[in-house]
Structures are given as structure tokens and as C-alpha cells.
Design a protein around this ligand. Structure first.
Ligand code: MG
Length: 158
């Protein structure tokens, strides 16, 4: 078994959709980024890549590469799962925490977990997504952006 850790953050901006785990979340602001800026999916991807020592999302999918402009991050997650499979590893479980003052994410958690599980081809019991505010401290607390932390355990397939 191997463990990986992921972290990501993105700045809020006007005129973009907020996408978390491939799910569009109703909010007056979206996140700024070259891709869809899906901070949760980026974080999960980095946790998986870290566990398998495959580098990081920026190295695999550079933001200087036009083919990743406005890319759906869950499609990158699918590619990373295929790489992991090719190496002979499977994901045991993912645990992630999204840090955001707003919007309230509890109503969307089930949909987010289902979306990630389906894009990863794992069972929903293997993925746990949580959300916290930052008690109005820091950039998340000032609603300048969102961040996310995730761990991933992988194991060699028999
Ligand atoms: Mg990112």
C-alpha cells in the first residue's frame, strides 16, 4: 500500500462556473484557472499521482498546453486512473476536505461523491468529501478563493 497527499487552491472570479468534482455548483462566482479550475478534482488527482510517484498535475497536464484550456478536470482524473491501472495499482480510498466560506456545500456532497466515484470507476464507499469554512480567516475566509486537501491510499492489484 502507498499513500499520497494533494493540495490545491484557486482564486474566485466573476463570470465562470463553479465546478467541484465535475458538478456545477450554483454560486455567484466561479474559480479562475486554465482548465475548469475544479479545485477538488485537481487535489484528488495530485493525491493519486503522489501515491504512485507519478509527478503532479502541472507536470502531466501543463497549463501552457492549449489542449488543456477549459479542460474538464474529471477527464484528467479518468486519464490518471488509467495510468494508475497500467502501473498495477488500484485506489483503496480517498478522503478530501474542501475549505470554503461560501457556498454551503452540504446539499451537493452526495452528487460530488457520486460524480467522482463514477469518473474514477470506484464505489462511492471509497470516497469521502467534506467541507469546512475557515472561520472567516485567511483567503478562504475572505472569500477570495477556495482550497482543498486530500489523501489517497492505493494498493497493488493481485
Ligand atoms: Mg488547480
Amino acid at each position: 500500500m502507498r499513500i499520497g497527499f494533494g493540495y490545491d487552491s484557486h482564486r474566485f472570479c466573476e463570470g465562470r462556473e463553479l465546478v467541484l468534482g465535475g458538478v456545477i455548483i450554483p454560486h455567484e462566482k466561479g474559480l479562475l484557472g486554465h482548465s475548469d479550475a475544479d479545485v477538488l478534482t485537481h487535489c484528488v488527482v495530485d493525491a493519486i499521482l503522489g501515491a504512485a510517484k507519478l509527478g503532479d498535475i502541472g507536470r502531466l497536464f501543463p497549463d501552457t498546453d492549449a489542449q488543456y484550456k477549459d479542460a474538464q478536470s474529471v477527464q484528467l482524473l479518468k486519464e490518471v486512473m488509467a495510468k494508475l491501472d497500467g502501473l498495477g495499482y488500484a485506489v483503496c480510498n480517498i478522503d478530501a476536505t474542501i475549505v470554503a466560506e461560501k457556498p454551503k456545500l452540504a446539499p451537493y456532497m452526495q452528487a460530488i461523491e457520486e460524480s467522482l466515484a463514477s469518473h474514477m470507476n470506484i464505489d462511492i464507499s471509497q470516497i469521502s468529501i467534506k467541507a469546512k469554512t475557515q472561520e472567516r480567516m485567511g483567503f478562504e475566509g475572505r472569500e477570495e478563493g477556495m482550497s482543498c486537501y486530500a489523501v489517497c491510499l492505493i494498493e497493488r492489484k493481485n
